[in-house]
Design a protein around this ligand. Structure first.
Ligand SMILES: *Cc1c(COP(=O)(O)O)cnc(C)c1O
Length: 388
């Protein structure tokens, strides 16, 4: 079907930070399949783990115990805090599960009555996915257009404007649900002080604070979860994109008191967290840990960000500024972002447009200083050739 438009090339092979087309042309991949191939393409340890697991057991359903899934859940609990994990296959599905969790929480607060306390407050410019739950949480005409009526029970505040949330979070609200760093909307990080104030607000009014870490989580910001540096504790977290390193898997974590809202039979999935997906995710976490990727991202990104800031100063006619953290950077442009993305691609660099005329740079967490420097060199050529 035609929902993606004509592709620029056929991608037939990947290795590390490079993606190759059918003619063998190499592209430096700073899109990572939209923040998915977190340990690069075809990482040998990841490939071996997936191949080994495929030879033993790929799928059995959640009717049976899955040791690799238990191991992965334990590792995520280790990072997120005391609680429980439920697996699925994508970001939108993890967000749908979180919206269901919010409704169960609201029902609990309403003394078991439904349809009293169910509103979820998300942010303008948010992106939470394409399912009916995800769409309703995503107040963009380009996402919702054509599909109304939307699921009811959503209101929208402004990211980093605590007053706007203060006005909305009343006794009909079950949860506040935001991205720690907005991705599709144009790389807008939630400020630490905003997250701290939102935490206090949610605690005071019994609303869950749910963080969508689908794009910014699993190390992309230089922290395992992007909200960590704020010191805030979430009640629930959604994950997907980078978790499987290229194999589809999503997960939600909920803190201990809320994890029990889901009881046997209340929610489920056929594929979610199957042995093959969990092998891919466990291998991804192994590589992040064994290769100290978070420390490397911190060290490498300060140099890379400085180089990008240099471009901002050198080409003010094209670039308005940079935003982001670690290996999740947005360049706000004056020039059309798709023109810049196409020019970069022709020079062998893949980047992804986002909202508010932004281009996104999302290299694999394994990107080296040399590869980062190459990205800014190519971007510099692109802006130089665009003229004034
Ligand atoms: C991509 C994304 C989603 C949707 O994930 P899918 O796997 O495409 O369903 C949800 N939330 C955020 C923040 C995302 O970036």
């Amino acid at each position: 079907m035609k929902n993606y438009g004509p592709p620029a090339f056929d991608a037939v092979r990947g290795e590390g930070l490079y993606l190759y087309d059918a003619s063998g042309k190499a592209y430096l991949d700073f899109g990572s399949g939209i923040a998915v191939t977190s340990v690069g393409h075809s990482h040998p340890k990841w490939v071996k783990a997936v191949q080994d697991q495929a030879a033993i057991l790929s799928h059995c359903s959640n009717l049976y115990g899955i040791p690799g899934q238990q191991k992965l859940a334990d590792r995520l609990v280790e990072k997120a805090g005391p609680g429980r994990v439920l697996f699925c296959n994508s970001g939108a599905e993890s967000n749908d599960a979180l919206i269901k969790l919010a409704r169960l929480h609201g029902r609990n607060l309403s003394g078991g009555q439904e349809a009293k306390r169910y509103t979820v407050v998300t942010a303008e410019d948010a992106f939470h996915g394409r399912t009916f739950g995800g769409m309703a949480a995503t107040p963009q005409e380009k996402i919702q257009g054509g599909y109304r009526p939307m699921l009811t029970g959503f209101k929208f505040g402004q990211l980093n404007n605590i007053e706007s949330f203060d006005k909305l979070v009343d006794d009909t609200v079950a949860a506040v649900f935001i991205e720690s760093i907005q991705g599709e909307g144009g790389i807008f990080p939630a400020e630490d002080s905003f997250l701290q104030e939102l935490r206090a607000l949610c605690t005071e009014r019994d609303a869950l604070l749910i963080l969508d870490e689908v794009q910014c989580g699993i190390g992309r910001s230089g922290h395992f979860f992007a909200f960590e540096k704020s010191g805030v504790k979430a009640d629930a977290i959604g994950m997907a994109k980078g978790l499987g390193g290229g194999f589809p898997i999503g997960a939600i974590w909920a803190a201990e008191p809320y994890a029990h809202l889901f009881q046997p039979g209340s929610h489920g999935t056929t594929f979610g967290g199957n042995p093959l997906a969990c092998a891919a995710a466990n291998a991804t976490l192994d590589i992040i840990e064994e290769d100290s990727l978070l420390e490397k991202i911190m060290a490498n990104s300060s140099i890379w960000h400085a180089a990008i800031q240099g471009l901002v100063e050198q080409y003010p006619q094209h670039i308005a500024g940079m935003r982001g953290a670690g290996y999740m950077v947005g360049l706000a442009l004056h020039t059309d972002s798709s023109v810049v993305a196409i020019a970069a691609r022709e020079k062998g660099l893949l980047i992804v447009p986002a909202g508010h005329n932004t281009i996104r740079l999302l290299p694999a967490l394994t990107a080296t200083p040399k590869e980062l420097a190459k990205s800014t060199r190519i971007l510099g050529e692109v802006f130089a050739e665009l003229g004034s």
